[in-house]
Design a protein around this ligand. Structure first.
Ligand code: FAD
Length: 447
């Protein structure tokens, strides 16, 4: 034990069971909110002071949204729920014997029930130079670093007008995140930059999308994949399919077909792994070091420790790493804790698949429903939450969450580029609650 007293949220009832939630993403917040009326005290711990809406981080990177548009203070969220206290801190250790989690500053927090919902980070698969020379978009910090890098490169290019110079942006990974990022970068290059950087020749800005598989958006049907490829090529994205990244150096990407792309701007959008801290917690691990859970969402071998969302790996049915499974896990874990409190048996988790969607650009998106129906292009997609609602079959996850986030009071700020002005007509019903920004959130990322 250190100087820090054993921490328990002050002002809470010492006699009530203490639920500790590590990570305030989709899974953690959904569990927290679902326990609002339960006779428990909750401590929500996050290494950031704010909740991050990951599905729109790429728009922060592309300059279409500002960081405040996709984040919200945990203090504000916790203030709405009397049985919650927020603790800012990075959990570095979990002692399941003593039922204690330890923070980076050695504070120790006891729990009766623990929910691990830390999310994941990028996996570089040991590819030489990938980690050192790529940008990732998992946190607000990542998105801002990517944005600062891109705009500083553009300024450099603008100052060298007349001299030889080109700007190649290389997006690695042809899943939904890579498609979204490539689409946003292409849109920025084709539509926004000519206005913001009139001195630049748009032909000198190229966006590459590199995917080792033969297709983009592998979990989607062929028609959708073809549409996506055509939509990106129409916006001058250069597709390198069936091509793996072999190495990334300070100034180029080396590909498996022997070609090289000169670039200092690589955005890594493929592969996930559990955060290093979590891998050290001596919990059973599945693919990518993710925490193995049983059908009841408990960490395998533990009665009172649950995991959910991206960081969890289901032993029976692997789930995609998306907002919907995370949100549903959170709700289920909350219900399981209530069942344990009531002495009732636990129930297995059943995923309610609402379909998958991906945004390509502001006026192009694709969707595939559980029944097999598909759709491409969403008129008005990307202009408001209400238009995304009309194109969102069966209330797809990220859009719902975006509207929840919007209803928490987040407003669009003053993004760098491509700002669309919200109008009452565009906002529709969502307009009464708020507006999440110029790009719709109906995209879903196949895992
Ligand atoms: C660029 C991008 C685009 C995406 N687009 C979509 C999309 O369109 N649709 C969709 O459905 N999904 C999308 N996803 C996936 C979706 O965002 C995730 O599936 C979802 O966020 C997972 O929720 P989670 O609660 O498991 O984790 P997260 O949302 O990642 O939250 C984890 C939280 O844990 C905190 N944390 C981590 N480690 C610690 C620690 N040691 N101590 C304390 N706190 C910690 C983090 O700060 C974070 O707040 C996208 C993801 C990315 C990166």
């Amino acid at each position: 034990m250190t100087d820090h007293a054993l921490y328990r949220s002050h002002n809470h009832h010492d006699s009530r069971p203490h639920v500790v939630i590590v990570g305030g993403g989709f899974a953690g917040i959904s569990a927290m909110e679902s326990l609002a009326k339960a006779p428990v005290d909750i401590t929500l711990i996050d290494r950031n002071g704010y909740h991050t809406f990951q599905p729109l981080l790429y728009q922060v990177a592309a300059g279409g949204l500002n960081p405040g548009d996709v984040t919200m203070s945990f203090r504000a969220i916790a203030a709405r729920q009397p049985n919650v206290r927020f603790r800012h801190g990075n959990v570095v250790q979990v002692d399941t014997q003593e039922q204690v989690v330890t923070l980076h500053d050695d504070t120790k927090i006891t729990y009766d029930y623990l929910f691990i919902a830390t999310g994941v980070t990028a996996n570089f698969f040991g590819i030489p130079g990938a980690q050192e020379h790529s940008h990732i978009i998992y946190t607000r910090r990542d998105a801002l670093a990517t944005r600062d890098h891109l705009f500083s490169r553009l300024e450099t290019l603008a100052q060298s007008v007349g001299k030889e110079g080109e700007f190649n942006i290389v997006v690695v990974g042809g899943g939904a995140t890579g498609v979204e990022v490539a689409g946003a970068m292409a849109e920025m290059a084709v539509e926004a930059l000519p206005r913001a950087y009139p001195e630049l020749d748009p032909n000198k800005i190229r966006v590459y999308l590199v995917e080792m598989g033969e297709e983009l958006l592998a979990p989607f049907k062929e028609r959708i994949r073809d549409y996506t490829a055509a939509a990106l090529e129409k916006r001058r994205v250069i597709l390198k399919l069936g091509t793996a990244v072999e190495e990334i150096t300070d100034d180029e990407v080396v590909l498996s077909d022997g070609s090289h792309i000169a670039s200092k701007s690589i955005i890594w959008c493929t592969g996930v792994t559990a955060p290093e801290d979590v891998k050290r917690w001596q919990l059973p691990q599945g693919p990518g070091g993710r925490v193995l859970i049983d059908p009841e969402c408990r960490v395998v071998g533990f009665q009172n420790v649950f995991a959910g969302g991206d960081v969890s790996a289901d032993t029976v049915e692997p789930l995609p790493q998306l907002a919907q499974p995370a949100t549903q896990h959170g709700t289920h874990v909350a219900a399981q804790i209530e069942r344990l409190l009531a002495g009732e048996p636990l129930e297995p988790f059943q995923y309610d698949n609402k379909g998958i969607m991906a945004t390509i650009t502001r006026n192009a998106a694709v969707a595939q429903l559980p029944g097999g129906q598909t759709g491409a292009t969403c008129p008005g997609a990307g202009t408001s939450t209400s238009s995304s609602a009309t194109c969102t079959p069966n209330k797809a996850s990220a859009n719902i969450s975006a509207r929840q986030t919007a209803s928490r009071g987040i407003r669009a700020g003053a993004p760098v580029l491509m700002r669309a002005r919200p109008t009452r007509k565009r906002l529709g019903r969502a307009g009464t609650a708020g507006w999440c920004g110029p790009v719709c959130c109906c995209s879903r990322r196949p895992g």
